[in-house]
Design a protein around this ligand. Structure first.
Ligand code: FNR
Length: 188
């Protein structure tokens, strides 16, 4: 059966570069299935809301993460770190502590910025959070995309720079192998 990859975008902006890159992944690697996991309608994390009956949007979100064999996060960097909306989403997926949907979930991280440093700092924090939640972040390989405005086409809403398309393709192919390795390790 094809690997089922959940894609989470850390920007809510309509013409987000990260969204355009995320939207291009399915055409770059068509051997997997993809589900875009929305984080836009999640409430701000509040433990008082996180009891037996959590909000509907949280239930839908957790179910989507649960269903995915692995999660690829595509996110910008805000103020040298993780965007608040993404941290909020990861926090919602980190509880209940013993059965959280991100536990032992393979994860990958891609990030794009109009700047030159490629979201290095944000990705460090995303990895730190995923590590705290006991996700298995694909080691070693990193996907930093700088000067993003030159690499996408706002008309089509897709990643068009050929070199970057090849890098993202390679990253996603490696991620599918990583999911397979983690599933074997998890005895699945
Ligand atoms: C930014 N941006 C930014 N870029 C970067 O490379 N490092 C940073 O620390 C920040 N900080 C930052 C803070 C805030 C509040 C905003 C709104 C923006 C610029 C950011 O990379 C740019 O707006 C991207 O276009 C955001 O990604 P999307 O929405 O295009 O995916």
């Amino acid at each position: 059966m094809a690997t089922n990859i959940g894609i989470m975008v850390g920007s809510l902006r309509e013409h987000s570069y990260n969204r355009m890159i995320a939207d291009t992944i399915p055409e770059l690697v068509d051997s997997a299935q993809y589900e875009f996991i929305s984080i836009a309608d999640l409430p701000l994390y509040n433990a008082d809301l996180d009891r037996e009956e959590s909000p509907e949007s949280v239930k839908r979100y957790r179910e989507a993460v649960q269903q995915a064999d692995g999660i690829i996060i595509v996110s910008p960097e805000y103020n040298s770190g993780i965007p608040g909306v993404l941290k909020n989403a990861l926090d919602w997926a980190s509880t209940p502590t013993k059965t959280a949907v991100l536990i032992h979930k393979p994860a990958g991280v891609i990030g794009a910025t109009p700047g030159v440093k490629g979201t290095i700092l944000s990705q460090q924090q995303i990895r730190q959070t995923l590590d705290a939640v006991q996700s298995y972040v694909m080691p070693f390989q990193k996907m930093y995309i700088s000067q993003a405005m030159e690499k996408v086409d706002p008309e089509s809403g897709k990643l068009t720079d050929e070199t970057t398309r090849r890098y993202v393709q390679r990253y996603v192919r490696s991620f599918i192998q990583w999911v397979d390795q983690v599933q074997q390790m998890n005895g699945q």
